[in-house]
Design a protein around this ligand. Structure first.
Ligand SMILES: [Mg+2]
Length: 269
């Protein structure tokens, strides 16, 4: 059941704000990004900055944001990895095997690691380090009864030397070989939005409905459709990934659309 969505922007209780393409594009902050962050803080509002990266920790994202002049703290950031860590910490005594880059292990601190009989296999993005032995190891654990969790299921992306196969193709290979479905936590999967909303509810100590939350993003498919599927208010900004024809082609109608976060924050004042 989808909760009734709020009718006015000033009624929104919790804000989920995409980072890449929404608050910054490549290496510059979007106009109004600083003002929007100030607005969120000034009103003691409840919010999370959201990133779909599976290769950077929240600390690294905060450092990158800081370099662009955006003051964002690691604990204000929500990623697929932080969502998975939160989920795993809620299951008492589980043992996990993490197939993620070295830096990402920082996100999973405090969770017991098993290299022999894990309850969960968490597969992230190994990039160039991925090889047969690694994927086969994950496969053996899954066949031995472990559940498979994926931080993302991207097919491919554009690198400096052309298109490159993404981590999702390896997740699919594991699903194909084992006959088991991975639980995928990244955007646009509903669980990602649900976990982010849960995080804010816990912080606020409130039982707000999903329709009391808004997602601000530049990606029609991953952000706006994902938010709508999870019952959230979708606010599209025409920066970053946004492009007119793509939006029309997908027939997705956001609840609100703004040129940039600058117009959004102006409408909120
Ligand atoms: Mg984005």
């Amino acid at each position: 059941m989808i909760d009734q969505k709020v009718k006015r922007l000033d009624e929104i209780k919790g804000w989920l704000v995409d980072l890449d393409g929404t608050l910054y594009v490549s290496d510059s902050a979007v106009p109004g990004a600083t003002d929007f962050i100030k607005w969120l803080r000034a009103g003691q509002r409840h919010y999370r900055f959201v990133s779909n990266t599976s290769t950077l920790t929240r600390r690294q994202i905060a450092e990158h944001s800081e370099a662009l002049g955006l003051q964002i703290r690691p604990e204000e950031i929500f990623t697929a990895a932080s969502a998975v860590a939160q989920l795993l910490r809620s299951f008492e005594g589980v043992k996990c095997y993490f197939q993620v880059t070295e830096n990402m292990l920082e996100e999973f601190q405090g969770i017991e690691i098993s290299e022999t009989n894990p309850d969960y296999v968490v597969i992230g993005d190994m990039g160039r380090a991925m090889n047969y032995e690694l994927i086969n190891r994950a496969f053996q654990f899954v066949m031995g009864g472990a559940e498979l969790i994926a931080l993302q299921k991207g097919k491919f992306f554009r690198g400096a030397d052309g298109l490159r196969i993404d981590a999702g193709a390896f997740v699919e290979a594991l699903e194909y070989a084992s006959g088991k479905q991975a639980k995928i936590i990244g955007k646009p999967y509903r669980q990602f939005f649900n976990l982010a909303v849960h995080d804010i509810r816990v912080e606020a100590g409130e039982r707000w409905l999903s329709g009391d939350f808004a997602f601000v993003g530049d990606d029609v498919e991953a952000d706006i459709r994902g938010a709508a599927d999870a019952g959230l208010v979708g606010i599209l900004v025409r920066t970053g990934k946004y492009n007119d024809s793509y939006s029309e082609h997908h027939g997705i109608v956001p609840d609100w659309t703004f040129e940039t976060v600058k117009e959004l924050v102006e409408s909120l004042r």
